[in-house]
Write a new protein. Structure first.
Length: 150
């Protein structure tokens, strides 16, 4: 009888996400000073959780993040951590600018490698897209803070 090898325990999992979330009530709270602080914190927290940040940018009232998520990390855990830690840091380090708060929700889109390349380019040029109104509506939608969370 021929001996059968056990199945390989190696997995290949590539979870590409484009995530968008807003400040509380879409207030323009991400001033240039806060934006730099927030992006450093978001990147550090994502990396600490094992995610790979491919693009991060936004406007004074919202943020776009393109990320590769490891199979061991849920989207909910990533968002809870980066929103919680970054708002805490922003309130500590930029307290002279007033209270900072993220909105309750977020939007997340899974992507193929082809769409990931498009999303990275879109996020990197976020301010240009808003200036010339060449926005992709689906990629600018974030649940309203007034909508009950389910």
């Amino acid at each position: 009888m021929k001996e059968v090898s056990p199945p390989s325990r190696r997995n290949l999992v590539v979870i590409s996400l484009h995530i968008i979330w807003a400040t509380w009530k879409r207030q323009p709270l991400l001033t240039p000073t806060r934006e730099r602080c927030a992006y450093r914190c978001i990147t550090a927290e994502a990396q600490k959780l094992g995610a790979t940040v491919l693009a991060l940018n936004g406007m004074p009232d919202h943020v776009h993040l393109v990320v590769l998520l490891p199979s061991s990390l849920s989207l909910a855990k990533l968002m809870n951590q980066i929103k919680g830690v970054s708002s805490h840091v922003l309130n500590q380090e930029t307290s002279t600018l007033g209270h900072f708060r993220w909105g309750n929700g977020y939007a997340a889109f899974s992507m193929s490698p082809y769409h990931r390349t498009m999303a990275i380019a879109y996020v990197q040029e976020q301010k240009t897209h808003h200036a010339d109104l060449s926005l992709k509506h689906d990629w600018e939608t974030v649940p309203d803070d007034e909508t009950p969370q389910t």
